[in-house]
Design a protein around this ligand. Structure first.
Ligand code: ADP
Length: 319
């Protein structure tokens, strides 16, 4: 669906995207995550051809973006919807006309427009606001209208640039649920740019982590959050203060075992005492996964890892 290979981009002499390679699969919700200035928006804008790129390849729906003529680019963009932090609605137009805008621009007839806008109003749950103006809507309602407008032409891809950053937590949750519904019902591939880890955890199946234009992480959410490498730890701001004595063993609980009393059972069966020195449970998408670090004395470490290996589905590593 989207294939990026060794993509680099400069603004003046500053390299803002540095050798990015990634593949986004059709039908997934993919997150591009990073702090402010990391290059997230620039990467998103390269995907829909709003920015050029200096080196590498970027193919969207099997088309190399930089080789497209202006009309080919327009045609590609009709398959890509986009939503923004500031909604970008036209204030002098009502909800109906805002949603209808892309179809009007492409010259669809009135009946087709009316049918589509009514369908979308029902999808976003704002039938009763059909003739309201943006200033009469809450932030969440404005973003719903922007989402409907982005879907008017039945795009294959929806790009979301910090779409929930201006919203309160409850509204953020409802907008993310709407995006999940759109992904599941309509099969639209969604790319979410965000600096908020909670957004990533809630909806994305995979993520790219960017720092100063470079990829510092790429993979499935469960792996990124539960087996974070050093860079990822730093990015998440998580510092484990682990004991220097004994052996520290990190246990990963995949979602199918995250609620099982494995640790207490192991302690009982092995007649062991150990310290839990770090731990967390994370809700990722619809799964709950856990990670725990236990500290045991050096001699017992083998007994513990043997037990984990043979009697449980827990994944472990000695730190
Ligand atoms: P993010 O979306 O992660 O906050 P951006 O993609 O907006 O990051 O910006 C990445 C870098 O590129 C920043 O250093 C920013 O200052 C720079 N940049 C973005 N747009 C422009 C531009 N039009 N001209 C020059 N520099 C830019």
């Amino acid at each position: 669906m989207i294939d990026i290979k060794h993509l680099s981009k400069y603004f003046n002499n500053q390299k803002v995207l540095d050798d990015i390679s990634l593949h986004v699969n059709a039908g997934e919700i993919f997150a591009i995550v990073g702090h402010s200035g990391a290059g997230k928006s620039t990467l998103l804008r390269c995907i829909n051809g709003l920015e050029s790129y200096s080196e590498g390849n970027l193919s969207v729906l099997d088309k190399e973006v930089k080789t497209l003529s202006a009309s080919e680019l327009n045609s590609l963009r009709s398959h890509i919807g986009m939503i923004f932090q500031n909604f970008s609605l036209l204030n002098q137009k009502n909800v109906y006309d805002n949603i209808a805008l892309p179809m009007s621009v492409w010259g669809y007839d009135k009946d087709a427009i009316q049918k589509r806008v009514d369908e979308l109003l029902s999808l976003i749950g704002l039938e009763h606001k059909k003739f309201a103006y943006p200033k009469e809507l809450s932030g969440g309602q404005k973003q719903r209208v922007a989402i409907a407008r982005a879907l008017t032409l039945n795009p294959k891809i929806l790009l979301s640039d910090e779409a929930t950053s201006a919203l309160d937590p409850n509204t953020t949750k409802s907008i993310l649920e709407l995006l999940q519904e759109i992904n599941a019902k309509l099969g639209v591939t969604i790319i979410i740019v965000t600096h908020e880890m909670d957004v990533v955890k809630k909806v994305a199946s995979r993520a790219l982590l960017l720092e100063d234009g470079k990829v510092i992480g790429l993979g499935r959410i469960e792996e990124l959050f539960l087996k974070p490498d050093e860079k990822m730890m730093k990015f998440l701001g998580e510092d484990e203060e682990l004991p220097s004595e004994g052996a520290n063993i990190r246990l990963f609980f995949p979602s199918n075992v995250s609620y099982q009393p494995i640790v207490t059972q192991m302690a009982r069966e092995l007649d062991l005492n150990f310290n839990i020195v770090w731990g967390k449970l994370e809700k990722l998408n619809n799964h709950v996964v856990g990670s725990l670090v236990i500290n045991v004395d050096e001699q017992t470490a083998n007994v513990v890892t043997h037990y984990l290996q043979t009697k449980t589905e827990v994944i472990w590593e000695i730190l």
